[in-house]
Design a protein around this ligand. Structure first.
Ligand code: UD1
Length: 439
């Protein structure tokens, strides 16, 4: 039975077109921390994570882990996780479906107990997001998959997981990390070929090795894991969020009058920075910060997304907003998620001249953007809307900001510190509610 309910939501309002100036400090990487938190389940003792961003994906993971029996304390930007009381219980609907990275519970629960029952993962709607590669790897290690209502059950036939040789047909961040999580305590050696090479994978492997794991090759496309019986506690510093940094760089290039971005690792952003230099963005790069100045005669460029160290798909959306300010015709070719262009429709409503076809977008500029009502249809679309709202003349209202809060820590305060006029308002929306409880 469906009934209508009123739900309260927040919208972000920006009075744009004002130059921004000052300093901003980048938080810990979302895509690392969403794997690091489930990875702590594998430890026999307390793990402390430092530099954990204050984002809703982290809050959801803390809630899930607490239900499972972990004791978690937050002290400023540190999370002190005691996983000793974690029980292997079915992880049904609810929070699990609110974030994509809930799939890491498959790997970590399999790694600890040899079985896992977890609801299907959620996250941003970027078109089809299969997890066949994750399942193929678990099956190669001896865990069979069955559906249990709306949850997926993975279990061995009582034997411990076995090391295996796994070739990834597609380069996948999630499948690479999940295979490592499952293999780290498996019997024998697991070799992952065609592994993803993202910095977040190195971060997860650094944590696991400091917990006593034997993993080599992270950051290359062959990762070798020799299973160990026990993992102990440790303390770990999360790497800076390269996508958050890239978003602030795009923003600074569009409207900054000199913005210093702190806690950035340049090496994680090389392909992005090379493209910005091609556009004519002026940047001064120091050891762990980047100073960016606005450039008025930006040049059109072409980008093609690909796995790391290629151009990150998560950065094509905020960069599209900057492309609307460049002279000539820019082009985005998306090879990871060919439907990841919802931000273009929103930018068009703000005055951008964009044509989208399958897997690509052409952006003709420069265009003057004007404030209007837009929707953050997914997390990085939200980032593109924030940059656009700050750039546009007049008032921009961004709806569905819960997407932005999944991945951008203290976004309002960080932007206010740079001089942005930004605030939140509560709105009420009628929504259909399915009152039949999920099994
Ligand atoms: C991660 C990031 C996300 C980023 C994406 C690509 C997290 C939590 N999220 O997502 O921000 O946009 O990497 O850099 O780290 N694929 C399959 N089968 C699978 C798994 C993936 O075909 O089993 C395909 C996907 O459809 C996609 C490509 O592989 O085309 C890469 O996806 P993947 O790297 O797995 O993305 P996520 O780990 O979900």
């Amino acid at each position: 039975m469906k009934e209508l309910i009123i739900i309260k939501m927040k919208k972000i309002v920006i009075n744009g077109g004002r130059p921004l100036k000052g300093e901003v400090t980048i938080s810990g990487a979302k895509n690392s921390v969403v794997a690091l938190i489930p990875a702590t389940i594998l430890a026999d003792d307390i793990v402390t994570l430092d530099g954990v961003p204050d984002i809703s994906d982290v809050a959801s993971l803390i809630e899930i882990m607490t239900i499972m029996g972990a004791k978690i304390e937050r002290k400023e930007d540190s999370l002190i996780i005691d996983p000793r009381g974690v029980k292997n219980m079915p992880m049904p609907f609810g929070k699990i479906n609110s974030l994509r990275a809930s799939y890491y519970f498959y790997g970590s629960l399999l790694g600890r107990y040899g079985q896992a029952t977890v609801g299907l993962p959620g996250g941003c709607d970027l078109g089809p997001r299969p997890i066949d590669l994750h399942l193929k790897a678990f099956e190669a290690m001896g865990a069979a998959m069955t559906m249990d209502g709306s949850s997926m059950k993975l279990a061995t036939d009582g034997k411990p997981l076995q090391g295996a040789n796994i070739y990834m047909d597609t380069v996948s961040v999630g499948a690479t990390i999940n295979t490592i999580l499952a293999a780290v305590k498996a019997e024998g050696r697991t070799v992952i070929e065609n592994a993803a090479r993202e910095p977040e994978i190195i971060d997860v492997v650094t944590l696991l090795n400091n917990m006593g794991a034997h993993i080599r090759g992270a950051g290359t496309d062959i990762i070798i894991i020799d299973g160990v019986p026990h993992l102990h506690g440790t303390r770990h510093q999360v790497i800076p969020d390269r996508i958050e940094a890239g978003t602030y760089i795009a923003l600074a290039a569009a409207i900054g009058e000199g913005i210093q971005i702190n806690n950035v690792l340049y090496e994680h952003l090389e392909s992005y920075i090379a493209k910005l230099e091609e556009m004519g963005v002026r940047m001064t790069i120091s050891e762990d910060s980047i100073f960016v100045e606005k450039q008025t005669d930006l040049k059109a460029i072409q980008i093609k997304t690909s796995p790391y160290p290629g151009f990150a798909t998560d950065l094509q959306q905020p960069l599209t907003t900057l492309m609307t300010q460049a002279y000539g015709e820019s082009k985005v070719v998306e090879t990871i998620y060919i439907e990841r262009f919802k931000h273009c429709g929103e930018l068009q409503r703000m005055g951008a001249n964009i044509e989208v076809s399958t897997g690509s977008a052409s952006i003709k500029g420069p265009s003057s953007l004007f404030g209007t009502k837009v929707v953050a249809t997914d997390l990085r679309c939200g980032a593109a809307m924030l940059v656009a709202g700050l750039l546009a003349e007049g008032i921009t209202e961004i709806h569905d900001v819960y997407h932005i809060d999944r991945g951008y820590a203290e976004i309002d305060q960080k932007l206010k510190n740079l001089g942005a006029v930004i605030w939140r308002e509560t709105i009420e929306r009628l929504q259909r509610y399915n009152n039949i409880k999920e099994k």
